[in-house]
Design a protein around this ligand. Structure first.
Ligand code: FAD
Length: 558
């Protein structure tokens, strides 16, 4: 692999990534796997150990599989047989109101081979704390020869010079300074994004939604307790919600043994920094309804109520991804997952631009495609937060007797419905589409309706390549090439030679894969389908006659 043919002699690397969160690390992996020389600046000398995201969606797991480390991620977090139920209680030791039972990691691994329809997939979701995922991503990025991770280095200024970028960085402890010259810079520097601010770009949307819960300032503790499970009278869960009029909160099991996070909403005006450890423990005890002394190992505060998307994702050679480009309320578990998919979308395009096989419009398509998805996903997350936090809790909810029972039934009905709405989301995770993108060749068929809880597999260009298990037990995705793949279906498919010749002439890396079974031909409803490196259907058809035009269009040569 070449290391980026636009990198001039005076450039230190091809791409500087600012921020080593999930977006920056995933982008470094996508670029590094393509031999692009990449420097990742991260102001923190040591990674954060506060568990924030808990949910890795199935689509993200499919990308980890494509890159070869899904199993490493699935081995992290909860023990293999720990259930990933989402359960709702008045208080953790009191009444159970609702439960959505979900498989353990071991069950998920087996189940995925048997599912169809909405959950026809190579991977199922995995409930794992972001700290463990980031450990895997960091190790994968660090192992790539063309990637250099620089923890403890803060970007302080950056400039687009027209021919490249200059990124000023200093050691976060205030010592050394340096200027890196590169072809592109990517701000994956989180919600406060100094890169976005340096570009003068604003977020657009809602930033101050107020709800009884999940709309306001949130306070979180990461704690240890070896006795908590003994105290809980109910079946184990991965996420425990406390629903009462005095203290609402949610608790996630981090390791299935003795580590947990607990999040609750502060009263208006209440400041997280002024909350003592004793007060923090008391908040948790209100949700628990028992006295238990836990060991606080970390504290955090964050805002619920954001539905924000940056007005632009790119200015010249400087590009934004992840939280820098969109900010969520974490209901639905979409922020980190959307950040990873930004990196996936950008990675192959940026590498193609550097390797010289991208047309001028390819990089432009990143903003077109990902900004629309950011608006879609933040809107879904907001809907989940409304469903969760606007439900008015009955006054009798915790009462003994018939009135209390009726109140709990009504509340349980709501949260049983809500749990399936928020946590069974194949439509969101698999159904994101790039319709109207200039590098997608529509074929006149209508895409399915965009629904959060239903996904209809379709090879209508612009969406995820429909998945199936092959006769030899492999996932179709395991058979795809790393860059573009032409799938040929049926016993006697059209000749792929025109595609091979056109790809060779344009230096576009293309694999051809023949899948003979009728099931695949029927699923794709075509004899040929062109799959992008990010496993999106770019084109489908019955003849290779226009191969050159197709390849030009999907690589932005117009
Ligand atoms: C309580 C909570 C629960 C969540 N749960 C989920 C969930 O279940 N699923 C989900 O998908 N998402 C969830 N999220 C959201 C998720 O945590 C974020 O969306 C995700 O971390 C975004 O990744 P990122 O790489 O874009 O940014 P970040 O993770 O914020 O990483 C940005 C990095 O940039 C670095 N940086 C900043 N400025 C500079 C600079 N000047 N120079 C160098 N480095 C810099 C920062 O130190 C940081 O490491 C949750 C968030 C919270 C708060």
């Amino acid at each position: 692999m070449q290391s980026g043919n636009q990198v001039g002699e005076r450039q230190d690397c091809a791409v500087v990534i600012i921020g080593a969160g999930p977006c920056g690390l995933m982008l470094a992996i996508e670029l590094g796997r393509r031999g692009v020389s990449t420097v990742v600046l991260e102001e923190k000398a040591e990674p954060s150990r506060f568990p924030s995201a808990n949910a890795t969606q199935a689509r993200t797991m499919e990308h980890y599989r494509r890159l070869g480390f899904a199993e490493k991620v699935r081995a992290q977090g909860l023990p293999p047989d720990y259930p990933t139920d989402i359960a709702y209680f008045t208080r953790y030791t009191k009444y159970e109101l609702a439960r959505f039972s979900l498989p353990s990691a071991r069950q998920a691994r087996a189940m995925v081979k048997t599912l169809s329809g909405s959950w026809s997939a190579a991977e199922l979701p995995h409930r794992v704390s972001q700290i463990f995922v980031e450990d895997v991503l960091r190790a994968e990025a660090a192992a790539l020869p063309s990637v250099s991770l620089r923890p403890g280095w803060r970007m302080v200024a950056l400039r687009d010079t027209g021919a490249g970028v200059e990124v000023d960085a200093e050691r976060a402890d205030g010592g050394e300074r340096t200027t890196l010259r590169a072809a592109y810079a990517v701000g994956a520097d989180g919600g406060g994004s100094p890169t976005r601010k340096a570009l003068g770009l604003s977020y657009i949307g809602e930033s101050g939604a107020v709800r009884d819960f999940m709309g306001g300032r949130m306070f979180a503790i990461h704690f240890r307790s070896s006795q908590l499970y003994d105290l809980l009278p109910h079946a184990r869960a991965w996420m425990y919600w406390a629903i009462n009029r005095e203290r609402r909160g949610f608790m996630a099991s981090v390791d299935g043994r003795d580590q947990f996070t607990f999040h609750t909403q502060l009263a208006p005006g209440q400041q997280a920094e002024r909350i003592s450890d004793a007060e923090a423990k008391a908040m948790f005890q209100q949700a628990l309804a028992a006295r238990l002394d836990v060991e606080i190992v970390g504290r955090s505060a964050w805002n619920a109520g954001y539905t924000l998307v940056a007005e632009k994702f790119r200015r010249g050679r400087i590009i934004l991804g992840g939280d820098a480009a969109h900010l969520f309320t974490p209901t639905g578990g979409l922020g980190y997952n959307t950040a990873v998919e930004d990196a996936v979308n950008l990675g192959w395009k940026l590498a193609a631009a550097l390797h010289g096989w991208a047309g001028p419009a390819l990089l432009d398509s990143y903003e077109f495609e990902r900004q629309a998805i950011a608006r879609r996903n933040t809107t879904y997350a907001r809907g989940f937060a409304d469903s969760l936090g606007l439900f008015v809790l009955p006054a009798e909810l915790e009462d003994d007797g018939p009135a209390g029972e009726a109140a709990r039934k009504r509340t349980g009905d709501h949260y049983n419905h809500h749990a399936r709405f928020e946590f069974n989301i194949p439509g969101i995770t698999f159904g994101g589409r790039y319709d109207g993108s200039p590098i997608i060749i529509a074929d006149g068929t209508a895409p399915p309706r965009d629904l959060p809880n239903d996904y209809a597999p379709t090879a209508c260009p612009g969406g995820r390549a429909p998945h199936l298990w092959l006769g030899d037990g492999r996932s179709l995705y395991d058979a795809l090439g790393f860059e573009f793949t032409l799938l040929q279906f049926g016993a006697k498919p059209p000749d792929a030679a025109p595609f091979r010749a056109a790809a060779e002439a344009m230096h576009i890396p293309l694999a051809t894969v023949h899948i003979a079974c009728d099931e695949a031909r029927n699923l794709y409803d075509a004899d040929l389908a062109l799959i992008r490196p990010d496993q999106i259907v770019a084109w489908r058809g019955h003849s290779a006659a226009n191969a050159g035009d197709v390849l030009k269009r999907v690589t932005g040569r117009f």
